[in-house]
Design a binder for this molecule. Structure first.
Ligand code: GLN
Length: 333
């Protein structure tokens, strides 16, 4: 009897040990992203953005996935060599720069942290709040963020913004000139938003300069690997797992992630948080990044967008991987 009991407790102990080890084993990221690629590559829902004419030239078939972990590992599949313009993804990193310079209180006071519930370039949203952009991730707030960056002059402002993007991506990023030109030729709406905010004193510099630099930062090309590495800085408390540099004060990281949770997918942000439970950001070039604090960032590129301007396959892929890795932030861990 005693022996049986002993055997049973040894057995349950070894079960406990093996389940604990299992729980600690890293998920098979490589298998997961390949499964997601296979599962969603033939989903042709959504439409490639064409309100910026140069974006309409990108193939709807492009599809790439990269996971970058806080311990510096990279897993990727698909068209990972294809670069794409960051567009609104750039807003996150310039917001982080402004926060690093001015601190979270000033970002909250001057740029806000509320959802607009309206499209990313809504003029009505600015009008309803008498110029408060509500958050730094809609166009109005992002242009206001550019104007808030501390700089000596226009060249210095651009250099600070580009150097910041480079540091986060661990790369020398370049501006996609045809995209920049195309967007400069068609950005009257953004100019109007900037002037509307200026009329309410919610702009902190020259509107022309800020709109041009904002447009330039949106035209910076990245690959999913570079974007995932940028996200991994946020997952790793503001320190790049690749260069070891602290790029954002560790204390400010939760505020950056909160802004992403509030407005990263524009008027699709609430549904995204409800469904997936992760801070994320999209861009109309088809890129998207989501951050799992302490673990990994996932970047996906696929140009066809839903009606709010978020990549369809990117949302599906991230949801798939997040569910398989039980990454929803609202789950008790
Ligand atoms: N550059 C684009 C614009 O200003 C960015 C929009 C986006 O990616 N949602 O319209």
């Amino acid at each position: 009897m005693k022996i049986k009991l002993l055997a049973a407790s040894v057995l349950s102990l070894s079960f406990l040990v093996s389940t604990t080890t299992l729980a600690q084993t890293a998920p098979d990221y490589d298998a997961l992203i390949k499964q997601a690629h296979q599962k969603y590559k033939n989903n042709n829902d959504g439409k490639v953005a064409d309100y910026i004419p140069a974006l309409a030239t990108y193939s709807p078939q492009n599809f790439a996935i990269t996971i970058a972990t806080v311990d510096g590992k990279i897993y990727q599949t698909g068209d990972v060599k294809k670069a794409f313009p960051m567009e609104s993804l750039s807003k996150v990193f310039t917001m982080a720069l402004a926060m690093e310079q001015h601190g979270p209180k000033e970002v909250l006071d001057k740029l806000g942290a509320n959802a607009t519930g309206l499209p990313f370039n809504s003029g009505l949203a600015v009008e309803l709040t008498k110029g408060a952009p509500e958050n730094p991730l809609v166009n109005a707030g992002a242009m206001s963020t550019v104007s808030l960056v501390e700089a000596k002059d226009k060249t210095d402002r651009w250099n600070k913004i580009l150097n910041n993007l480079n540091a986060w991506a661990d790369a020398s990023l370049t501006v996609n000139e045809p995209v920049f030109k195309s967007e400069m030729d068609t950005n009257q709406h953004n100019q109007a938003l900037a002037q509307l905010m200026e009329s309410y004193n919610s702009f902190y510099g020259d509107t022309r300069e800020a709109v041009e630099i904002y447009t330039r930062q949106c035209s910076v090309d990245v690959t999913t690997e570079q974007l995932a590495k940028m996200g991994a800085v946020l997952a790793n408390n503001g320190k790049s797992p690749y260069t070891g540099k602290q790029l954002l004060n560790e204390k400010y990281v939760p505020q950056v992630l909160a802004e992403m949770a509030i407005a990263g997918l524009y008027d699709g942000s609430g549904k995204w948080l409800y469904t997936v439970g992760l801070p994320a950001k999209s861009g109309v070039g088809g890129g998207m990044v989501a951050v799992v604090p302490g673990k990994y960032a996932i970047a996906v590129y696929s140009p066809p967008l839903d009606s709010a301007g978020n990549s369809v396959r990117a949302q599906q892929t991230i949801e798939y991987v997040a569910q398989a890795t039980q990454s929803n932030l609202f789950l008790a861990k």
